[in-house]
Every structure is written in C-alpha cells, then in structure tokens.
Design a protein around this ligand. Structure first.
Ligand SMILES: [Zn+2]
Length: 376
C-alpha cells in the first residue's frame, strides 16, 4: 500500500503527487480533529459542525504542506536544481531532489524556505482567526486557530537540527560552509538526525509507559522514520559521491548476449530466457542494434502465438527508456532507473551495442567500493 503514488495536480509547473498513505492520514486527521481536538477546544457544538471543521482542518493542513514543499521547490528551481515533483506521504511532504545542492548557500536557502513558508502561514491563519473571532461563526474561528497552530508546529518540527529535516539541512549547510566538505558535513548531521530520532523514540516509550499510548506510538513512529531517513540520506550522498563522474561503461557487462530478429518467441524463451535468466535481450542483426525484447512483452503475447511470432515483431525500438550512451554519468543513470523503474539498460556507442547495464551490478560494485574505501 505504501509507496503507491497518485498524481493530483500541477502547481507552478510542479507535479503534486500523493502517496497512498496520505489518504489514510487524511482520514485519521479528520477523525481525530472531529472527535478529539475541536470538541475539546470548542465544546458545545453539533457533531456535524465538528466533522466539517475536521474536514476543513485536514484540507487546510494538506494545502499547508503543499505550500511548504512548493517553497522549497521554487528556490530549487531558481538555482536550477532538478526537482521531480512533490510527494505527500505520511509524515508530510518531500520535494524530490535528484542532485545535491551545489553550494552551502543554495542548500541553506532551499532548506530554510519551507519553515519560513510554514511560519508565514501560521501568522496568516492567526490573523484570519483574529478577524474571524468577532465576525464569523465559531467554527471558522476554531479551524483557522487550528491551522495557525499546526503551521507553527510544522515550522518548529522542521527546524529541529535533525537531518534530513529542513533544520538538519540548514545545520549541514552551515557545517559545509565552515569545513568546506560536504561528505563530512553530511556524516555529522545525519548522526545528529539519527540521535534525534532515537531521542523521540525514547520519549515515545516514556509516553506509552505513563499512559499516553496513542501519542507515544506517534513519537516512536516519527523517531523511527527520522532515523531511517537520516541513514538513507547519508547512503544516498555516499552513492552520489562514489558514482559521480564515473561513466556507465565501467559498470556494464560487455559483449552481451543478443537475439537475432528472425528467432521465434518460442526459441527466445527456450534458448535465451531460460538459459541466461535475463529480463531483457538486445535484438541485433550483425552488430547493428535494432531494439530490445523483454520478458514482459513475451508474457503479454498469448502462448499459442509463440511458435509463429518472430522477435522482430515483438521488439521495442531503442529509446531513452531502454538505452544509454556509454559515457553517461552513472549518477544520472541511477536517478533515471529509480525514476522509470527499469533495472536493465542497453549501453550504446554511436548506435552500436557495447554492453548491458544492470542495477544489480551497479549496486554490487558500489557496495564493494564503499567497503574498500571504509565509508560504511
Ligand atoms: Zn521542508
């Protein structure tokens, strides 16, 4: 369920996607506002009023998180950092970056933009609640008050110096600026982030033991998430620094098995798929790359057609999504594989097939490299 994403809309040219977990979270937020928060803060209203306040509060929270992430993305775009889109998931949002910022200044500005936006939203909603206090129904007052509070909390939580939260990125940019070394700065700040995560988990356990079970579990979950994110971000940075500047040629398997276009699909399955266990085969005629054929395409073809369908009729032409030039930067290719979900690419040089690149081989070499260089 987690990890499945739906594109909602585009805003200022950015794709806003929602992780499936957010649907669950939106319902949970609406419910806890309607049944818990609002009845406690504004007693004596009708249940329907609480539910509409809950729905408005959840929608407002959603919009606030989008605006927070959007502010990061706008700064990133200003400095030409590629951003894939904004994904909302259970603990907020993530603006997906494909590269590390090029300087501490860019990182600082980009990271600070989010909390600044949340603080501005908090002030705006607070202002609205002051206006609403005299003129509008108490439900409007209550909802705007809640949104002021939650945006204030979002700004504060994100400002914790716990990498990869915004505050941790600000912290990293300062270390980076002082020491001039991105790798060391990331190592220190991800350790601090990880320690914060552990602290939150311990706090959560204390809460659970003293009777606040639901609240405590939330803290434990957020702490776990933070620890995971801290080590994942550090690994990601190591991956980038290990692969940066390396052409994919170094990771590929040269002289790959190729299939002639005249071979039948039955022969392809028997003599190639079952023999080599690859998921994708280049189709080539005397060294000239014509396209590729994958197990996925074979599966889509009814079995009774296997004997008389030729590979040439099934193969896909070569393009961006299945081929890569031999001198392309490995970091770029890894990002592309991550984005498209393909784990095998044909490597070409001026239209000639020179090798096959698999995600597995890249990761294996990467792991060896990190081991030998003592970075783990
Ligand atoms: Zn942020």
């Amino acid at each position: 369920m987690f990890g499945r994403q739906i594109t909602l809309f585009r805003l200022l040219g950015f794709e806003v996607k929602v992780d499936f977990s957010w649907v669950f979270l939106a319902l949970l937020v609406t419910w806890s506002l309607a049944e818990g928060f609002f009845p406690a803060s504004h007693p004596g209203l009708a249940p329907a009023t609480y539910w509409s306040m809950g729905a408005a509060g959840a929608a407002g929270l959603f919009a606030s998180i989008v605006l927070h992430e959007l502010s990061h993305s706008v700064v990133a775009r200003h400095y030409r950092l590629p951003i894939r889109g904004i994904t909302l998931f259970i603990f907020g949002g993530v603006a997906q970056m494909e590269k590390e910022p090029e300087s501490p200044k860019v990182e600082f500005l980009m990271a600070a933009a989010g909390p600044v936006a949340s603080a501005a939203l908090a002030a705006g909603f607070y202002g609205l609640s002051v206006v609403a206090a005299g003129a509008a129904p108490v439900s409007v007052y209550g909802t705007t008050r809640y949104l002021a509070l939650i945006n204030g909390l979002l700004a504060a939580f994100n400002l914790l110096p716990a990498f990869p939260l915004d505050g941790g990125r600000v912290f990293r940019s300062i270390l980076w600026h002082l020491k001039g070394n991105l790798e060391a700065a990331t190592r220190t700040s991800s350790r601090v982030g990880s320690a914060f995560g552990l602290g939150l988990m311990l706090l959560g356990i204390v809460e659970v033991l003293t009777g606040n079970v639901v609240g405590g579990i939330w803290w434990v979950l957020i702490g776990m998430f933070l620890r995971g994110a801290a080590s994942a971000s550090y690994m990601q940075m190591l991956t980038r620094s290990a692969l940066e500047g390396e052409p994919v040629r170094r990771f590929m398997t040269a002289d790959p098995v190729t299939v002639e276009p005249g071979v039948t699909v039955r022969e392809l399955v028997e003599d190639y798929v079952y023999r080599y266990h690859h998921e994708l085969f280049p189709v080539a005629d005397e060294g000239r790359l014509l396209g590729c054929v994958s197990v996925r395409q074979v599966k889509a073809l009814p079995r009774e057609k296997w004997d008389w369908t030729r590979v040439r009729d099934l193969s896909e032409p070569c393009g961006e999504d299945n081929t890569v030039e031999a001198d392309t930067d490995a970091v770029e290719v890894l990002a592309r594989m991550n984005r498209t979900g393909t784990s095998r690419l044909m490597v070409t040089e001026r239209g000639r097939l020179v090798g096959i690149l698999t995600l597995k081989d890249m990761l294996a070499l990467l792991s060896l490299k990190m081991d030998l260089e003592g970075k783990r």
